[in-house]
Design a protein around this ligand. Structure first.
Ligand code: ATP
Ligand code: MN
Length: 461
């Protein structure tokens, strides 16, 4: 007999057939005549009810079937008379793969998210985390589908980098030098010539610079991979290891970039709504009754586009007391971003043309000499979900900015050559994948939307 997944069994097409199913026991209850086991195999949020006729099974048979144990069951799939399920399995034969003693940590339902974070090795067995992981997986697939359908090339940029000029955040150093006995040069500095790569290296904070090399050859590329930032920010929106999607497109100006970003996010949300209905409904019921409305709202509205300067004016005139004061030239905090999105415009916002001092060196400089063609997409509940820009395509302007910021030109020669040989207008952005998953799941803490979160003082599992 071929094993079927619970998701397939519940769609009703196998009613009346003898089937085999495998999974983990969520609960068992019943009496001397009949016992009911809720079995889950991860294929869906729903459990399959297994009915044990106690004329066929002994108490001894039932003893190892406790919460958390794993089973193979064969039997007849029949229509269910009980509420809440379409069909159930009448058990004929069972095999217990593994028992779960009474110290199994997920005995009862309703554990706090904090408790489950300490049990990250088991939490995918809960309804909440299995739903989140399936939604996350579907969103990852949607990302590839979106870009592949548009003819973008999936480019794998390096995770280990020797350039520390990306400027997006503090970096984790990668070294094989013995930390308790560092080789020194004659003037007492660390002798990196003896390190693995012969120079200092780190984990990447962004694949963008290499992404631009791809775009200026292949036209349109995207990256989708892990990114690392050693910023000591213990916030519900930052991880030390997170996944980033970074499309980079030749011949796109900032407007085309914004259009793509908006279309892209909407596509992913639509895909999740169409393909993860049960899981999103569960999250809606369990965590946030406005989740589905909010997802549909985003799909049905154009994002509000305005400049940073206009945004700052709105914030200053809002009469609202912010923890961090706003003035032209300061970086916006999450509270400011969320005010614009949630209270002022009440829809997603794309802010453009930020002061050049608070943005990276590679962004296209505006004629005013003060601002650059940056864009941040701001979302309800999240704040910044995407950061991007049109890139400076002019060799001289870019070189001048690099010099102003004292970025060592010897590290940047390869990047500058894209502007020296056949330079083109081009743009790109970075989407923090976990922030998208946060938005689609209504979770509040980014540590709950990645299987094994990495953050200050935590690298368990
Ligand atoms: P923030 O201001 O929120 O710290 P950032 O401006 O430093 O973000 P970018 O360098 O623009 O971030 O990175 C692009 C995107 O990556 C951001 O829009 C965000 O969605 C995501 N991101 C940035 N830092 C983190 C992090 N530490 N953990 C998870 N996602 C992140
Ligand atoms: Mn940003």
């Amino acid at each position: 007999m071929e094993r079927l997944k619970i998701k397939e069994l519940l769609d009703g097409k196998h009613l009346g057939e003898d089937v085999e199913v495998k999974g983990w026991v969520r609960t068992r209850r019943g009496n001397k005549q009949v016992q009911f086991v809720q079995l889950n195999d991860g294929s869906t949020i729903k459990n399959l009810q297994i009915v044990f006729d106690m004329k066929k099974f002994s108490d001894e048979d039932m003893k190892p079937i406790t919460t958390g144990s794993s089973l193979r069951v064969t039997g007849r799939l029949v229509e269910s008379l009980g509420a809440g399920q379409s069909c159930e399995l009448q058990a004929d034969e069972i095999e217990v793969y593994g028992t779960a003693p009474s110290d199994y940590p997920l005995q009862k339902k309703g554990h706090s998210l904090e408790f489950l974070r300490d049990k990250a090795h088991l939490r995918p067995r809960t309804n909440t985390f299995s739903a989140i992981m399936r939604i996350r997986s579907a969103l990852a697939f949607a990302i590839h589908k979106f870009f592949q359908e548009k003819g973008f090339v999936y480019l794998n940029t390096p995770l280990i980098t020797a350039s520390d000029c990306e400027g997006a955040g503090a970096m984790f150093q990668v070294t094989t030098l013995p930390l308790d006995n560092l080789p020194r040069t004659e003037d007492g500095k660390i002798d990196y010539s003896q390190d693995f790569f012969g120079k200092p290296t780190s984990l990447t904070v962004s694949g963008q610079l290499e992404g631009e090399l791809g775009a200026t050859a292949l036209g349109e590329i995207y990256t989708f991979g892990p990114t690392f930032r050693a910023e000591n920010s213990n916030t519900p929106r930052h991880l030390a290891e997170f996944w980033m999607v970074e499309p980079e497109m030749a011949f796109y100006d900032i407007n085309a970039n914004m259009d793509l970003a908006e279309e892209f996010i909407k596509y992913c949300i639509r895909y999740a709504l169409d393909n993860c209905r049960d899981d999103i409904e569960f999250m809606n019921e369990r965590f946030d009754p406005e989740l589905i409305d909010r997802l549909n709202f985003v799909l049905n509205h154009d994002f509000q586009r305005l400049t940073y300067t206009e945004g700052v004016e709105i914030l200053k005139n809002s009469g609202k007391k912010f923890e961090f004061p706003v003035d032209w030239g300061t970086d916006l905090q999450s509270e400011h971003e969320r005010y614009l999105v949630e209270e002022h415009f009440k829809k997603p916002v794309i802010l453009t043309d930020y002061p050049k001092e608070i943005k990276a060196f590679y962004m296209k400089q505006n004629e005013d000499g003060k601002t650059v063609r940056a864009m941040d997409v701001l979302f309800p509940k999240i704040g910044e979900i995407i950061g991007g820009s049109e890139r400076e395509a002019d060799y001289d302007k870019l070189k001048k900015r690099i010099d102003e910021l004292h970025i060592p030109a010897k590290d940047m020669w390869w990047y500058l050559e894209t502007r020296k040989y056949g330079t083109v207008p081009h743009s790109g952005f970075g989407l923090g994948f976990e922030r998208l998953v946060l938005f689609v799941t209504a979770m509040q803490n980014i540590r709950d939307v990645i299987p094994f979160p990495r953050y200050p003082k935590n690298a368990d599992f």
